[in-house]
Ligand binder design. Structure first.
Ligand code: AHM
Ligand code: MG
Length: 334
């Protein structure tokens, strides 16, 4: 085990970086990591078990839930309940926020927003899926935490992370002091530091967008896609198109290799598809901490006012220079 640093060891070492270093945030991260391991175990077994397939429930977005979405949601909520550091959970799978009403959680200082299993339509075909989470400090100082505590701007996040259940399972997180990535070693059941101080390249040559929606895109996005496809040696074009349809997996690849991920507004979804609170904000925080850029095509994701738990947003995220150029196309043509 020499030379290996586990997530648990790393979190304890880094506790002094936290603005409120009493150990609660460390314990909260630990709780999330425990649930991630349980979800990972089930995701890995998905092809073997009679767990694949739609349940009859429809989630608040009107989409059919997969059984593993439900399972992942239960696991994360249950880990947060028993950990005692979180008073409110906002989840993609629950219409309303969940107030944790227990003796140990009553004075808890943190709020967690989570998409327990993102990209779940990929499970049936054995393609990577992910979890995205965001952590806020409770603002109210007395009584029960309220909806207002849950509707904080992205700039207020104290930590955010994702787990990608891929060829290997990785947990990547930030507490606002850089981004670190840990790979799950299944033989010892621990996330081990494998990608310290992750930095996204300033430029890249991968663009990730669902081009099937091309005709419904804003003019600026159409023009940017055409720019990516033009041959030009000086700028290394044409770029490569890569789109998995699992935001976490698409993002993770682009962080490592350099690239841009775009989910714009479309004619059918004028506010975008992805959800601000538990998809765009955590991803934007991580990317900015890795040296990249995240906007809605015009302004910074993290500065967006949050009006509702399931609010949607367009997102342009990734290598700084690529996002800047896409924004230029947006301001010129959209
Ligand atoms: P989900 O939260 O219902 O899984 O939806 C989010 C997913 C993202 O992971 C992915 O980037 C996007 O939806 C793909 O959408 P589309 O199929 O429209 O390209
Ligand atoms: Mg999602």
């Amino acid at each position: 085990m020499s030379g290996v640093k586990t997530l648990g060891q790393f979190i304890i070492e880094k506790q002094a970086d936290f603005p409120y270093a009493k150990g609660e945030l460390s314990r909260l991260l630990r709780d999330l990591a425990i649930a991630a391991k349980i979800v990972n175990r089930e995701v890995n077994k998905a092809g073997l078990m009679d767990i694949i397939g739609d349940t009859e429930d429809i989630n608040v977005q009107g989409e059919t839930q997969k059984k593993l979405d439900v399972y992942a949601n239960e696991q994360f909520i249950s880990a947060l309940k028993s950990g005692g550091e979180c008073c409110i959970v906002v989840s993609e799978e629950n219409d309303d926020y969940i107030y944790i009403d227990s003796e140990i959680s009553r004075n808890a200082k943190y709020i967690v927003a989570i998409d327990p299993l993102d990209g779940s339509s990929n499970i049936d075909v054995n393609v990577a899926v992910g979890t995205v989470f965001s952590i806020y400090r409770r603002k109210s100082t007395e009584g029960k935490a309220t909806l207002r505590d849950a509707l904080q701007k992205g700039t207020e996040q104290v930590a955010a992370g994702y787990i990608v259940y891929g060829a290997s399972t990785m947990l990547v997180y930030t507490t606002g002091v850089g981004v670190n990535g840990f790979t799950l070693d299944p033989s010892i059941g621990e996330f081990c530091l494998s990608h310290p101080q992750m930095k996204i390249p300033k430029d890249g040559k991968i663009y990730s967008i669902n081009e099937g929606n091309y005709k419904r895109f804003p003019e600026g996005v159409k023009k940017y896609i055409k720019y990516c496809q033009v041959e030009d040696d000086a700028t290394n074009r044409p770029y490569t198109s890569r789109y998995i349809g699992s935001m976490v997996a698409d993002l993770h690849r682009n962080i490592i290799k350099g690239g841009i991920f775009i989910y714009p507004t479309t004619a059918g979804s004028p506010r975008g598809k992805l959800r601000l609170v538990y998809e765009c904000n955590p991803i934007a925080f991580i990317i900015e901490q890795a040296g990249g850029r995240a906007t809605n095509g015009f302004s910074r994701i993290l500065d967006t006012e949050v009006d509702s738990l399931h609010q949607r947003s367009a997102i342009f995220v990734g290598s700084e220079n690529m996002v800047l150029l896409a924004e230029k196309f947006m301001s010129e043509y959209s």
